[in-house]
Design a protein around this ligand. Structure first.
Ligand code: CMP
Length: 136
């Protein structure tokens, strides 16, 4: 079954949105097959966002992801990568449809509540990083 790695970022945890967010994935029919609260180190955040290393907002992004606990999960189901990204909505909350997580709960591109793998290949890499105990 296809897998996606999802993070509810520190703003989502601080705002006590974990339950609402997980309910949206579950009600769609997806399965949460691993779940944990984790305080990210700078090292894990920098590795996770390695592709953004040269972006002007990289430092701000790492500081944001490491400022508190995140809720990390593996979500499985048919087309999980694409469907989770649809449920999350566009990266820019101003563009996100109102029924999506970002459309409902986020206001800025910098603090956009959730992260999800953008491809099956990214999901494999991110699952190894956040759930080394789960990766085959
Ligand atoms: P995410 O889907 O986790 O992938 C990259 C992250 O970078 C994105 O969510 C946002 O949190 C962040 N991001 C994207 N664009 C910007 C921006 N212009 N300024 C600050 N942060 C950004």
């Amino acid at each position: 079954m296809e897998k996606s790695l999802v993070l509810i970022k520190p703003d989502g945890v601080e705002r006590k949105l974990i339950g609402e967010i997980i309910a949206m994935y579950e009600k769609k029919g997806l399965n949460i097959t691993a779940l944990k609260m984790i305080q990210p180190t700078r090292e894990i955040a920098e590795t996770h966002y390695a592709e953004h290393r040269d972006k002007p907002f990289f430092n701000e992004l790492v500081t944001y992801l490491t400022r508190g606990k995140v809720c990390a999960m593996i979500i499985e189901g048919d087309n999980a990568v694409k469907i989770v990204r649809k449920i999350n909505g566009a990266t820019d909350p101003a563009e996100a449809e109102l029924g999506t997580i970002r459309g409902k709960y986020a206001l800025t591109k910098a603090e956009n509540i959730v992260h999800a793998s953008d491809s099956v290949e990214s999901a494999v890499r991110e699952i190894k990083l956040w759930f080394p105990e789960e990766a085959q």
